[in-house]
Design a protein around this ligand. Sequence first.
Ligand code: THU
Length: 133
Amino acid sequence: MDQQTLIEKTIEIRKHAYIPYCKFAVGAALRTKSGKVYTGCNIENAAYPVTCCAERVAIFKAISEGDLEFVEMAVAADTTRPVPPCGSCRQVMSEFFPKDMNIHLTNLNKEVTTFTMESLLPFSFTEADLLGE
Ligand code: THU
C-alpha cells in the first residue's frame, strides 16, 4: 500500500469520529509489517480528559490484535497546516515506533508533511531512562 492510499484511509475513517464536544474530526491509519492497516478516529467523552485521540485508537487496535511491528502512519484533520499530533500521542508512538519510521501528517487540502518518529519527538522518555541505563 502506498502513502496516498494510507492517507485516503485517514480521510475515510474521520467519518466515524465521535465528536459531540469539539466537533473536530481526526483520522489515523497505521500500516504494520504484516501488511495490515489499522485505522482510528478520535472518541470523545463528556468527561473531557477521557477522550482518546485517533492516533492512539489506531495504535491500541493494532497492539490488541498482537500486531506490533509498525511501518508507516498517516494522520488527517481539517486544519490549515498538516495536523500536528498531541504530546500524549507522540509519547505513545515513541514507545512502539522505530526512530526512523515515517509519520505523514496531512489536512483536507492534501498537504502532507512527513516526520520521522525521532524528529516528531526527540529526546523522548524511554524504558532505558526508567531502568537508569
Ligand atoms: N485529537 C486527536 O484525535 N489527535 C491529536 O493528535 C490531537 C487532538 C482530537 C482529540 C479531541 O477529540 C479533538 O481532537 C480536539 O482536541
